[in-house]
Each structure stands twice: as structure tokens, then as C-alpha cells.
Design a protein around this ligand. Structure first.
Ligand SMILES: [Fe+2]
Length: 491
């Protein structure tokens, strides 16, 4: 494990002196600390960085400073903060991708194959931009070849053989191939353990009888992006679950006071002044009939009244553009892509001039910063089927979704997917920010220059979560403040 850490630093052109190494080794989550140090400090290719103990101490201190606790210290009769005047400037907010208006299906079998065809072709096109896959063979052509074979296919089935190798069935429009990944090839086998049903993958290998022995597995992948400057701040929320008896109303009211510039110390007040946008990535209300006996845990048992209450609370927020996407608790079609929350259920929210509604998923632009919003239902499938993945670390799943360039590749498990003529869950453009929710546990990581944010919840532990020992991180609100992450904790 520790050798791995040193090698990771060397690969990123970073050398550790002895004290730096000891500090990282003895840190509570040394793996995570190493990853964020590399992400934040890695020099350009030609340079070399030597990390000392002092740099590590400073880095840890700065990261801990990012967690602010905001008590209920309301200061009344404050003057209107400067930015609330500045923010009367028009918002530079655009919806770049929204499936609400484009999404339709009549559920016929031809739609089903059109849907997978759309996924395959979109991802094949991305894969063929890679130099290793410029020229590929179809499965039919590959069936007659003896030497090096390069194919692109959709994974039909993933199995572990008796001898603990990985075996996939890979399909394109011309046929099938059985791909074997040998467990002696450790790094490739590790990659094979991440492969899931229905993703689209490139394979380089050679034939042996009826098998294709893989020497490379290639994801569509994402390149490292350059960070764009952000001279404003954005607040990320999800899973407020208004209407539930476990909705943390007091903490939420404190959050509203902070965002309106009515509470917090100087530093926190400064952050609030910079906020121009607020995104809600689904489950704004608790909904009704989402699971058996849910009504016992509802304080508002009517879906219309839940949205009215959401409108009353969010209506308190001044001078900020609010963008709301649905989740699996909202009054929406469950199958993804989910169209935006219908006006008929959320009349009062629709009346608010500063609220816009988008689909799940959606891509929006905030002053040129592209944000991919996805509620995160597919995290359930990844946590259940992929080794090493869990609800606690949704950032690791988000990385993998980006590399696979698909938000919910696994079809037919917990994530209901609509067989549209077009697959809207392919990640076609690289976002600057990837915002999710659903798991009720905050996560943040910068990955290849992209901010991965899971915005936690405003709901305390539910009966369901007690049974599964899921401990939510409540009322911790991530804010991207001029491009740097701050986590504000409300009580
Ligand atoms: Fe959810």
C-alpha cells in the first residue's frame, strides 16, 4: 500500500522527503490525502516538486479550514450585502443539455435496439478518437483473424471463471466475442474488475481458439482539462427531502439566513456575498409512495403541499439564480432521463422568478463554467456490483462514470432507464463541475481538473438508513467559492 503511494507521487513528478513520507503514512486516510496532494500540487511534466513535512502540514491545515461551522448567530438589520446589488446584473446562465423536451419513447422493441444503438455509436465515436483504436475490426472480421485484434463492443455479460479469470461477452452489430482477462496480468485484471454490463469498451488482444485474450481494455475516457477562472460562487444542494419528518428545517433556515447575508462570521459572510447560483440535484421533496409505509415518516403527506413548502423556503432566497433538477423522490417519471419537475405539481415554485427547472441529467453553463447535474441513482448499482465501490465514496464512482462516459451504464438493475431513441445519459462533453446527490453523504474530489461534488443532504438518518447502517452527512453545504471548495456546516 505505502509503496503504491510513493510510486504514485513519483509518477506525478513529486518526490517526498522523509518527514513528508512519515506524515502521509501516518495520516488517518493516507490514500485520500495522497490523491488530493497529487491532484492539487502536481507540477507540469518537465518540473519536479519536492514535498517537505512543512508543506504537508500547511496543506492539511488549509483543507481543514475549509470546513466552517455556522451556528445560529443571526445578526438582524444588516445592510444589503454588496453582491446582492451586483447580482442584479443579469445572470449568465444557460441550459446546454436538457432531455425534458426531446425525450420520448413508446416502449416498442425497436426503440430498445435504437437506444442501445445510440449508446454504442456515440461511445464508439469517442473511442475511435484514441490512437490505439484508430483502426478496428468488427466482431465478424475479428473472428477470422489470428494476430492482433482491436474491437469495440458493448459488454453483454461479465463473469468470473472457475480459475478466477474475468470473462466478458462483447457485442457489436456484426456479432459477439468472448474476451478473457487473465488474473496474472494484475493491472489489467484490476481494470477488468471495474467493467460493468452494458458499458462500451475497446479491447486489444489476440485470438486463442474461440477466445479473445485481452492485452488492453480501453475506456472512452476523459482528458485532463484546464481549470477556468471563476469570479463568482455556486452553492450545491441535493436531497433536502422537504415534507419528511426527518427534514432538518432549523439547519435549513440557518442556511437561508447565511445565503441571504444574515448570519455567519466575516469569512462566511464574504462567501455568501459571492454566491450567484444555487443548484439542487434532485429530491427537493420527500415525495409520496416512494417506498412502503413512507407516509409514517412524512410530516406533509400531500405532494402538492410538499412543493408549496419548498417554494416557501426557497422563496426566501434573494438575488440568486436557482436551478432545480429532479431525483427519484420527486413527482416525475422515474425512468432516466427524468424530465424536469412538472409545473402542475410545483405551481408555487414555478412562480418564483429566480428558479429554473432542468431534467436529470442536465448540463448547464454558469458564466461559461459547464456543470453536469445528475441525481446519482446509478450509484446504487455500482455500490452493489463493483468491488471497492460504496455509497460512502461516491467520488470514486463519479470518476469511473466519467471514464466510461456514461451516467448509468448498467441496464435492468436498480436504475430505471427509459429506452429512448437517443441515449441521453452518455457524457458527450467534458464538464468543469460534476454535481450529484442521492447517497446523502458528502464527497468532493478534483479529478483531472474537474470538480466532483456530492452535496449530501438536509435529512437526518431515516429508518431505512438505520437498518443498513448508513450514516448521512447532514446539512453540510459545498460551495465552489471562486473555484475553491468550501464546506459550510449548518446546525
Ligand atoms: Fe435520491
Amino acid at each position: 500500500m505505502h509503496e503504491n503511494i510513493i510510486n504514485k507521487f513519483i509518477d506525478a513528478n513529486i518526490l517526498l522527503n522523509d518527514t513528508a513520507y512519515q506524515k502521509i503514512k501516518t495520516y488517518e486516510n493516507s490514500f485520500k490525502l495522497s490523491e488530493s496532494l497529487i491532484e492539487d500540487l502536481a507540477p507540469s511534466k518537465e518540473d519536479l516538486l519536492i514535498l517537505t513535512g512543512e508543506i504537508i502540514d500547511q496543506y492539511i491545515k488549509d483543507s481543514e479550514d475549509d470546513l466552517y461551522n455556522i451556528e445560529n448567530n443571526v445578526q438582524k438589520n444588516k445592510s444589503i450585502p454588496q453582491s446582492k446589488l451586483v447580482s442584479s446584473l443579469p445572470f449568465d446562465f444557460q441550459i446546454l443539455r436538457d432531455s425534458s423536451r426531446k425525450s420520448y419513447t413508446n416502449g416498442e422493441i425497436k426503440d430498445f435496439s435504437a437506444y442501445f444503438g445510440s449508446r454504442y455509436h456515440k461511445l464508439k465515436e469517442i473511442l475511435q478518437r484514441k490512437k490505439e483504436l484508430k483502426t478496428t475490426q468488427t466482431m465478424r472480421e475479428a473472428g477470422n483473424m489470428q494476430d492482433l485484434v482491436k474491437v469495440i463492443g458493448m459488454v453483454n455479460d461479465v463473469r468470473t471463471t472457475k480459475n478466477n479469470h474475468k470473462l466478458f461477452e462483447l457485442e457489436d452489430e456484426t456479432g459477439l466475442a468472448n474476451v478473457l482477462v487473465h488474473n496474472e496480468n494484475e493491472s489489467l485484471f484490476e481494470k477488468a474488475e471495474m467493467v460493468v454490463k452494458d458499458e462500451v469498451l475497446g479491447v486489444v488482444g489476440s485470438r486463442k481458439g474461440s477466445l479473445l485474450i485481452a492485452s488492453q481494455l480501453i475506456n472512452p475516457g476523459i482528458p485532463r482539462i484546464d481549470e477556468k477562472p471563476m469570479d463568482f460562487s455556486t452553492v450545491f444542494l441535493s436531497d433536502t427531502h422537504i415534507g419528511s419528518s426527518t427534514f432538518l428545517e432549523d439547519a435549513f433556515l440557518n442556511f437561508i439566513k447565511w445565503i441571504n447575508g444574515e448570519s455567519g462570521d466575516k469569512k462566511q459572510e464574504k462567501i455568501a456575498e459571492n454566491v450567484r447560483y444555487l443548484i439542487v440535484a434532485g429530491d427537493i421533496v420527500d415525495g409520496i409512495g416512494v417506498y412502503p409505509n413512507q407516509d409514517k415518516e412524512l410530516i406533509i403527506k400531500d405532494i402538492y403541499e410538499q412543493y408549496d413548502e419548498a417554494a416557501r423556503l426557497f422563496g426566501e432566497i434573494d438575488g440568486i439564480q436557482i436551478i432545480i433538477a429532479p431525483g427519484n423522490h420527486d413527482a416525475c417519471r422515474l425512468a432516466e432521463p427524468q424530465p424536469s419537475i412538472p409545473e402542475e405539481y410545483a405551481k408555487e415554485l414555478y412562480k418564483l422568478k429566480n428558479v429554473a427547472f432542468v431534467s436529470n441529467p442536465a448540463v448547464i453553463s454558469l458564466e461559461g463554467i459547464n456543470v453536469l447535474i445528475y441525481h446519482g441513482r446509478s450509484f446504487d448499482d455500482f455500490a452493489m456490483t463493483v468491488k471497492g465501490m460504496s455509497h460512502q465514496e461516491s467520488d470514486i464512482i463519479m470518476e469511473e462514470l466519467l471514464e466510461k462516459r456514461h451516467l448509468a451504464p448498467i441496464y435492468g438493475e436498480r436504475t430505471p432507464l427509459a429506452s429512448e431513441v437517443e441515449d441521453h445519459l452518455v457524457i458527450e462533453d467534458i464538464p468543469d463541475v460534476f454535481h450529484t446527490g442521492h447517497v446523502h453523504i458528502n464527497a468532493y474530489k478534483k479529478y483531472k481538473g474537474i470538480h466532483l461534488i456530492n452535496s449530501g443532504t438536509f435529512q437526518s438518518q431515516t429508518e431505512f438508513q438505520k437498518i443498513y447502517n448508513i450514516i448521512p452527512t447532514c446539512a453540510q453545504v459545498p460551495v465552489l467559492n471562486h473555484g475553491s471548495m468550501k464546506l459550510l456546516k449548518f446546525t
